[in-house]
Ligand binder design. Structure first.
Ligand code: SAH
Ligand code: SF4
Length: 392
């Protein structure tokens, strides 16, 4: 495992310096247009200027207005006074033995979140965070032990994609920042999953705005079919997400009985399995080609019996579904263990026989605590030390 400090915390720009300018990343076209109008750009030029900016930002990934050579110098200077282009700062980068990368990012206010890149033979998946910490307290999840600090802005969410593209040389013509000899040319970001820190449907508007920017065909162009939002089951927001964002959906199911799900995923007490599945059935555009993914974490002796597998298959019978069995990823002092491999295979066998292909997700980046549910930034600890410093 390697931990590479990328930026010394002390050398990051002072928060006050950045705050006076508005981040451009994450704004929609109408907001950029409004900003340009404010700067006095004539109405007949607005569309073209928005397109130019959009393309510099999201097709070429430039981080300096000075590089935008088809925009008049004067306007570039005015833009630079009004907007920032910086994605969140990378504090550390860790590379797993399996090529998975995890970045610890520092936001403008000093809070920290994590982003994970998972290269596979036929795709590259970026797992992004939607909140600092999480208000929910799923008992098997490390992030759930961290008190929510705040929602991420749309810019901070899109910014995670931008900096990952920077680091892996994923802009057209970009040179890979490669000190480790990984064949980046084959490992571009093709998919984005909202499976990092936080419950994305509790930060609905910002996550939606960010997904719409990411999916824009003239920019980052990560199609909606390649973006997956994972939710623990915020039932009333599911239909709205379908209408307003329309990405792929993943549901953290993890149990087939309410009694157990109440304990594992406490939001189940508010919206039980029956209501959750009804919302899934009604999700717009479902078909065999557009299925909902059901995530099921394998917890030894808790939810991993063959009877559970049979009940799972029955429960999902009429929904176009994929099933993802996730071996539990341990974290310090976690109250669960991962099911034995033999048991996972028995469980998977039942699921397989019911027609679900390759249901077990192999854990990635466990050695750098980058696997599902292992993310937990140091924001809380920092706050504690800050408090101590203030009281001293
Ligand atoms: N809050 C959202 C998205 C982030 S969690 C949600 O809960 O869906 C992404 C996935 O990782 C979820 O399915 C979550 O249940 C799962 N997960 C959490 N902790 C885990 C752990 N320790 N091992 C394996 N999967 C875990
Ligand atoms: Fe939050 Fe998801 Fe973790 Fe539950 S599993 S605590 S919803 S991040």
């Amino acid at each position: 495992m390697t931990v590479t400090p990328v930026i010394d915390r002390e050398t990051l720009p002072a928060t006050s310096e950045l705050r006076q300018r508005e981040p451009l990343i994450g704004l929609g076209r109408p907001e950029i247009a409004a900003g340009l109008r404010d700067l006095g750009v004539p109405e007949r030029q607005i569309r073209m200027r928005v397109s130019q900016l959009w393309s510099w930002l999201y097709v070429r990934g430039v981080t300096d207005f000075a590089a935008m050579t088809d925009i008049a110098k004067e306007l570039r200077a005015e833009l630079a006074e009004r907007f920032t282009l910086e994605p969140p700062a990378i504090v550390t980068e860790q590379v797993s033995m399996d090529g998975t990368r995890k970045w610890l990012l520092r936001l403008e206010d000093g809070k920290e979140v994590e982003t994970v890149y998972i290269p596979e033979a036929d795709r590259g998946t970026l797992c992004i965070s939607s909140q600092v910490g999480c208000t929910l307290t799923c008992s098997f999840c490390h992030t759930g032990t961290q008190r929510l600090v705040r929602n991420l802005t749309a810019g901070e969410i899109v910014g995670q994609i931008m900096l990952a593209r920077d680091r892996i040389g994923d802009w057209p013509g970009a040179e890979a920042d490669d000190q480790r000899g990984l064949p980046y040319a084959e490992r571009k970001i093709t998919n984005v999953v909202l499976m990092g820190m936080g419950e994305p449907l509790y930060n609905f508007d910002n996550v939606r705005d960010a997904c719409l920017v990411a999916a824009d065909g003239e920019g980052l162009a990560i199609g909606k079919r390649r973006i997956t939002l994972s939710t623990s089951g915020v039932v009333p927001e599911i239909p709205r997400w379908g209408e307003e964002a329309g990405t792929m959906l993943a549901i953290s199911l993890h149990a087939v009985r309410d009694e157990l799900r109440d304990q594992l995923v406490p939001i189940n007490k508010k919206w039980p399995i029956k209501d959750l599945l009804a919302a899934c059935r009604a999700y717009p555009g479902l078909s065999n080609a557009k299925r909902i993914t059901f995530e099921y974490v394998m917890l030894k002796g808790i939810n991993d019996q063959v009877a559970d597998a049979k009940a799972l298959v029955r429960l999902l019978a009429k929904i176009p579904a994929k099933i993802n069995l996730i071996p539990f990823n341990p974290w310090p002092a976690a109250p669960f263990e991962c099911s034995d491999w033999e048991q996972i295979e028995k469980f998977a066998e039942v699921v397989n026989r019911a027609g679900y292909a390759s249901p077990v997700r192999s854990p990635r980046g466990r050695d750098i605590m980058a696997a599902c549910g292992q993310l937990k930034s140091a924001s809380v600890k920092q706050r504690a030390s800050e408090r101590l410093a203030t009281s001293a």
